[in-house]
Design a protein around this ligand. Structure first.
Ligand code: NAD
Ligand code: MG
Length: 388
C-alpha cells in the first residue's frame, strides 16, 4: 500500500501530539507534507526531524532563523509567517488535520478546504466563526470535512448509515468541567491554575478554560449546528461527568445511538485517520464494570451562562457567532493573564455581543474583518475592567 499524505496544522499542540503519536505507530503508512506551529521552533524542529515533512512552518516569522538553524542540512524546507502557513496548508495532501487553536486556524483551514481534499477538523473556532462561509466552501470545492472534536466525531459515527431526516434529537455530552459543583461565588474567585485542572481530558489551555466556563459546549453547539443541520431546536446538551458517552443521536422511532470510549483524543483522531476504515489505537479499552455507573444531569445556565450566549448567537446566525468566538478568545486570554476574574469571561462575551452586531459575512475576508473588530472591542472592554 502506498503511503497516504498528511499535513498537520498545529502539530505542536495537544491534538497535534495525539495525531503524531498515532502516525508514529504506523511506520510507512504516512508521508508528512507539512507540520506547522505558532512560535516554538525547537519543538517543531524536533517533530520535523522525527516525521520528515516536506516543509515545517512557524506562524511567528521572527522565529524562522532559529528553525532554519535547527533544521540545517536535513533537506526539510522551512518557512515563516501567515502567508507561508496558508501556502503550506494548500499543498495537496490526502488528509489535513486542522488543529490550530482559535480563529487563527481559519485561513489555513480554508486553504486546505479549497484544495478539495479531506480535512479532519479539530479547530472548532474556525467553523464557529465562519459557519456558512466555510460550509459553502466545502460544498463548492468538493472537500470532505471529518469531525475530530470527540462529540462531533461521536455524532458522525452515530449518523453513519442513517438518514438525517429521521433524527429527532442530537445530544452533546459535557463533562461539566472542574467547577461543575462550585457555587457562582466560588467561581468568582477561581484562579487560572484551578480552571486549568480538567477532571477527564488533557488539552491545550484555551479549550481547558472553555470547558470550565462551558463555552466549549457552546462553541460545540454551533459547530454541531453547521456539521449536522437538523435544526437548533433538535440540539441538546447534557452533563455527563464521566466523559464515557461522547454524544448521542435519537431517531424518530425512539432508538438512541451513542458512541462510548475512553476520554482520549486518539480515539476520534484515529477514526478520522482511518476513515472509512478503522485502525488500532493504544488506548485503554472501556471497562464498564469497573466504572460501575454513568450519570447524567441537566446543565445549569445560571452558573454557566456561556451555553445560553452561544445558543442565542447560533439563532442570530450571520456574523454573531464570530463575534462571540472572538470576544471569548480575548476574555480567556485576559483571565489567563490575571486581568479579569473567571466569571467575567462570559460577562465580557455578552458585553461585546451587545455592542457589536455586524452584517453577515459573505467571504473569508469578511469573517476575518469581523473577528478583528470584535477582538478590538472585547480588548477595550477587558482593559477598562482590569483598570477598575
Ligand atoms: P494547543 O494549544 O495544545 O495547540 C494549539 C496549536 O496551534 C499549537 O501547535 C500552536 O503552536 C498552534 N497555534 C497557536 N496559535 C497559533 C497561531 N496564531 N497561528 C498558528 N498556529 C498557532 O490546543 P489543542 O488543545 O491541541 O486544541 C487545538 C484545537 O483543537 C482547538 O481548536 C481545540 O478547541 C480543538 N480541540 C482540542 C481537543 C483536545 O483534546 N485538546 C479536543 C477537541 C477539540
Ligand atoms: Mg469536544
Amino acid at each position: 500500500m502506498s503511503p497516504r499524505s498528511i499535513s498537520i496544522l498545529g502539530a505542536t499542540g495537544s491534538v497535534g501530539a495525539s495525531t503524531l503519536d498515532l502516525i508514529a505507530r504506523e511506520p510507512g503508512r504516512w508521508r508528512v507534507i507539512a507540520l506547522t506551529a505558532n512560535s516554538n521552533a525547537e519543538q517543531l524542529a524536533r517533530l520535523a526531524k522525527q516525521f520528515r515533512p516536506e516543509i515545517a512552518v512557524l506562524a511567528d516569522e521572527s522565529k524562522l532563523t532559529e528553525l532554519r538553524d535547527l533544521l540545517a542540512g536535513t533537506g526539510i524546507a522551512c518557512a515563516g509567517g501567515e502567508a507561508a502557513l496558508i501556502e503550506a496548508a494548500s499543498r495537496p495532501a490526502d488528509l489535513t488535520l486542522s488543529a490550530i487553536v482559535g480563529c487563527a486556524g481559519l485561513a489555513p483551514t480554508m486553504a486546505a478546504i479549497e484544495q478539495g481534499g479531506t480535512v479532519a477538523l479539530a479547530n472548532k473556532e474556525s467553523l464557529v466563526s465562519a459557519g456558512e462561509v466555510l460550509t459553502r466552501a466545502v460544498a463548492k470545492h468538493g472537500a470532505t470535512l471529518l469531525p475530530t472534536d470527540s462529540e462531533h466525531n461521536a455524532i458522525f459515527q452515530c449518523l453513519a448509515g442513517n438518514d438525517m431526516t429521521q433524527v429527532r434529537k442530537i445530544t452533546l455530552t459535557a463533562s461539566g468541567g472542574p467547577f461543575r459543583e462550585w457555587s457562582f461565588e466560588q467561581m468568582q474567585a477561581a484562579r487560572p491554575e484551578q480552571a486549568l485542572k480538567h477532571p477527564n481530558w488533557s488539552m491545550g489551555d484555551k479549550i481547558t478554560i472553555d470547558s470550565a466556563t462551558m463555552m466549549n459546549k457552546g462553541l460545540e453547539l454551533i459547530e454541531a449546528h453547521h456539521l449536522f443541520p437538523v435544526g437548533l431546536e433538535r440540539l441538546a446538551i447534557i452533563i455527563h461527568p464521566q466523559s464515557v458517552v461522547h454524544s448521542m443521536v435519537e431517531y424518530r422511532d425512539g432508538s438512541t445511538l451513542a458512541q462510548l470510549g475512553p476520554a482520549d483524543m486518539r480515539v476520534p483522531i484515529a477514526s478520522c485517520l482511518a476513515w472509512p476504515q478503522r485502525m488500532d489505537t493504544p488506548c485503554e479499552p472501556l471497562d464498564l464494570a469497573r466504572l460501575g455507573s454513568l450519570s447524567f444531569e441537566l446543565p445549569d445556565e445560571e452558573r454557566f451562562p456561556a451555553t445560553r450566549l452561544a445558543r442565542q448567537a447560533a439563532e442570530a446566525g450571520g456574523a454573531i457567532p464570530a463575534v462571540l468566538n472572538a470576544a471569548n478568545e480575548v476574555a480567556v486570554a485576559a483571565f489567563l493573564g490575571g486581568r479579569i476574574g473567571f466569571t467575567r469571561i462570559a460577562d465580557h462575551v455578552e458585553a461585546t455581543l451587545s455592542c457589536y452586531a455586524p452584517p453577515a459575512p459573505a467571504c473569508l475576508a469578511d469573517v476575518l474583518a469581523v473577528d478583528a473588530e470584535a477582538r478590538h472591542k472585547a480588548r477595550s472592554l477587558t482593559e477598562i475592567a482590569s483598570l477598575a
